[in-house]
Design a protein around this ligand. Structure first.
Ligand code: MRU
Length: 366
């Protein structure tokens, strides 16, 4: 998608320097556009942990590039052990998005299989690029299937379709298109009038800062709202559809996504508003059934809640928000049970949030 009319992906190799990976620094958006060089496995680890890059699909692909960089650092005398250690290290950067472990394990298996090949670096890079390309295609397909939902509402309603989204499940969280935003971009490009309610998404404000930025750059009408506003809008008929992303979905259709998603699902259910989750299959954890007990929920530093970051006279500034002595809890994600999810929009089509329905789209996985 575009930033100031120039097309970008969220991750790429530096021109003429194939040992340097470059990413957009998402901690600085929308205030400044900066590109960060990732040269080592620890650069990749910190980029994921500190949220220079974020969003499940992008975390996965960044980690895949991390495994490529690991080839330049691995101990040749004990290659398998050394590369395994790098993989474990990368996987420990953040706990909730399953794309991280999925991508690292896939790369690890590939590298170990090719370990004696004289062209291992070239082949590994090709593998990373194929995973990246696959994520782009997944997002684009999600866009096409999700577009049908928006079209259907538009045909019935005959006026602007109002969509509520939470966090940033946009192209910045992926490589291109996004998951929750892909159907919105497709509808906008087709000339269907859409308007997006953007939850600010405290504490990191991914909605207010990143989703609003993306939508502005693409010219999609939108309004940023405080996180607690969605229920009120739904009660007053101002939301036609909710679409969110996912960081990990169980085989039974429970969905972990940014903290606050569950409350939106409850409000949507109470108001009979369709609540869809857009996700590529790389976000489905095929090994678990119970989202509440089996998905690890990231707890982040207290400063994200106790302080707020914004643009001031001297650039990006941080302000204190709460009394010095107050305790803070900062859960990064929550789980929306399958019973509150109207449907899952995947790269193979839309299904119910149930094992049987997911299985009908991905029979080879179960
Ligand atoms: O903590 P973040 O910003 O990485 O969390 C991201 C989200 O929760 C997104 O909504 C989710 O990853 C879906 S991204 C396509």
């Amino acid at each position: 998608m575009k930033i100031q009319d120039k097309h970008y992906h969220t991750i790429w190799l530096k021109k003429d320097k194939p040992s340097i990976v470059q990413v957009i620094d998402q901690r600085k958006l929308p205030f400044s556009f900066e590109i960060v060089d990732l040269k080592t496995v620890s650069d990749v680890f910190f980029a994921i942990q500190k949220m220079v890059v974020r969003g499940a699909p992008l975390i996965g692909i960044t980690a895949a590039y991390g495994m490529y960089l690991a080839l330049f650092e691995a101990d040749e005398r004990d290659f398998a052990r050394s590369i395994n250690r790098k993989a474990e290290y990368l996987k420990s950067a953040r706990p909730t998005a399953v794309n991280l472990a999925f991508a690292v394990d896939e790369m690890l298996q590939f590298i170990l299989k090719e370990k004696d090949s004289p062209r291992i670096i070239e082949k590994t890079l090709k593998k990373v690029h194929s995973l990246k390309e696959q994520e782009i295609q997944f997002s684009e397909k999600i866009g096409e299937f999700g577009l049908e939902l928006i079209q259907k509402i538009y045909r019935k309603k005959g006026e602007t379709v109002n969509i509520l989204t939470h966090c940033n499940a946009g192209w910045l969280a992926c490589i291109d298109w996004g998951t929750a935003t892909a159907p919105i971009y497709k509808a906008h490009l087709k000339g269907i009038p859409v308007h997006v309610w953007v939850d600010e998404t405290r504490p990191r404000n991914q909605g207010a800062r990143l989703t609003a930025f993306e939508l502005s750059e693409e010219g999609v009408p939108h309004t940023v709202i405080a996180d607690n506003t969605g229920g009120h809008l739904m009660q007053h008929g101002k939301v036609d559809l909710v679409i969110v992303g996912s960081d990990r979905t169980t085989v039974t259709g429970d969905v972990a996504n940014k903290i606050g998603t569950y409350l939106k699902a409850l409000a949507a259910k109470d108001n009979r508003i369709p609540f869809y989750v857009a996700l590529p299959s790389s976000t489905i954890d095929w090994s678990i059934e119970n989202g509440l007990t089996e998905i690890p929920i990231e707890e982040r530093g207290p400063e994200e809640v106790a302080e707020i970051e914004g643009w001031g006279n001297s650039g990006i500034q941080t302000l204190k928000l709460i009394p010095e002595k107050s305790k803070v809890a900062n859960y990064g994600f929550d789980v929306t049970p399958a019973r509150l999810v109207t449907g899952l929009i995947t790269e193979r089509g839309i299904c119910h949030a149930s094992q049987k329905s997911i299985q009908s789209l991905f029979p080879e996985k179960l």
